[in-house]
Design a protein around this ligand. Structure first.
Ligand SMILES: *Cc1c(COP(=O)(O)O)cnc(C)c1O
Length: 398
């Protein structure tokens, strides 16, 4: 009986391998940074971390983590509402609210949990949620858990969104929530929140965004997509992660009006039934906000580096998705070629990852480069040289 089960699992794994879709983990034996050392002892330029601001190994962040570890211990062995809330957790929630321009914030173990515990708690069967077709897996799963009517609009398509809003209203939905990634991670596309806010107002709908690839660096003060799009303070719900630009360890949050956060604290299942965020992470995240509120230097440097890399890669003749986000999708189209390019770049000392179907649509294979504030100019030039060499060898560029 169980033999058949294990055989079917192995069969499925074989199918993943046969399709060329098997994902291997690359072992890193150093801290995260502009360069990392792989387990075989090689040092390579890292262009695939979400370490946008270089805070994953920032000395002040590490010191704050040590300090919290010393003063508040390693863990709390509790969910928040039993005995898992320290002064640090309340401070971080207050500081995130101020940073994001909202009334209150609730921490989760991850952004996946924040999205997982959002829709079910806030929306009932009389309500509708309208989601971008390319939204993150955690949003899709969170929406699946809710009893609200589930509707989708074509990716980044405002006419399609308008049609879905009209449909939701025509069908008599009580509350309507439009939800989108602030930034879409495969393309670096930035949601048009200004237009979306206008449409939501027109139809009396709420607007929610997932800011995982935006918090800390988008907008002139790094507050996120809402700042960049001129709707700071006018988005109803913001979810985000502490696991990318904001230090890169782990943890997530939902930020919104006080009554929304209050209800999430009462009913949101990943909050009620999962452990509190560790003190070291919370202390370090407060230090991250200290750094980002004191100066825009890191997000400014990131913007400079992004411009430099995007211009350089275009000049070489590569085809990239246009934009300004530090996610730079270098289009290769063919999945095999994308893998060969990534492998050759690694030989040349540059660590990047190829993305292909089903992570991106068929025929849209690419290398996704992610720029960081800690990449200095010589490092970026060296990476561009490697792209030039590998690109010519694979006849992707002249
Ligand atoms: C990374 C990511 C998440 C998950 O964040 P975690 O904190 O790692 O769970 C959720 N949404 C989006 C858009 C992301 O990019």
């Amino acid at each position: 009986m169980s033999d058949a089960f294990y055989a079917s699992i192995r069969h499925e794994l074989d199918a993943v391998r046969a399709a060329g879709l098997f994902k291997e983990e690359r072992i890193i034996a150093s801290p995260q940074g502009a360069r990392v050392r792989t387990a075989d002892g090689r040092e390579v330029i890292n262009l695939c971390a979400n370490n946008y601001l270089g805070l994953s190994s920032h000395p002040r962040v590490i010191e704050a983590a040590h300090e919290a570890l010393r003063s508040r211990g390693f863990g709390l062995s509790s969910v928040r509402f039993i005995c898992g809330t320290q002064d640090l957790h309340k401070t971080l929630e207050r500081r995130l609210s101020a940073f994001l321009g909202t009334e209150d914030t609730i921490l989760y173990g991850s952004a996946f949990d924040a999205n997982g515990g959002l829709f079910e708690t806030l929306l009932g069967p009389e309500d509708a949620v309208i989601s971008d077709t390319l939204n993150h897996a955690s949003i899709i799963d969170g929406i699946r858990l809710s009893k609200a009517r589930r509707m989708r609009y074509a990716h980044d398509d405002m006419a399609s969104l308008r049609a879905q809003l009209a449909l939701a209203r025509a069908e008599g939905a009580r509350h309507v929530l439009v939800f989108t990634d602030g930034v879409f991670s495969m393309d670096g596309t930035v949601a048009r929140l200004d237009e979306m806010r206008g449409l939501c107002d027109e139809f009396g709908a709420l607007l929610g965004i997932d800011e995982c690839h935006a918090s800390g660096f988008l907008g002139t003060r790094g507050r996120g997509t809402h700042e960049l799009r001129g709707v700071f303070g006018r988005v109803d719900i913001i979810t985000g992660t502490l696991g990318k630009a904001l230090g890169g360890a782990s943890g997530g949050f939902t930020s919104a009006r006080a009554e929304v956060v209050a209800l999430l604290r009462q009913r949101s299942r990943p909050y009620l039934f999962s452990n509190t965020v560790a003190p070291a992470i919370v202390g370090a995240s407060i230090a991250v906000l200290d750094i980002l509120e004191a100066s825009t230097e890191l997000r400014d440097r990131l913007e400079h580096n992004t411009r430099l890399f995007r211009a350089g890669i275009e000049e070489l003749g590569f085809d990239i998705k246009p934009g300004t986000h530090p996610i730079v999708p270098i289009m290769v189209y063919d999945a095999g070629k994308a893998q060969r390019l990534a492998a050759r770049l690694l030989e040349l000392g540059v660590y990047v990852v190829g993305f292909f179907y089903p992570v991106v649509p068929q025929g849209q294979a690419r290398i996704r480069v992610q720029i960081s504030a800690v990449h200095d100019e010589p490092t970026l030039r060296r990476a561009l040289d490697a792209f030039a060499q590998a690109g010519r060898e694979l006849e992707l560029i002249p």
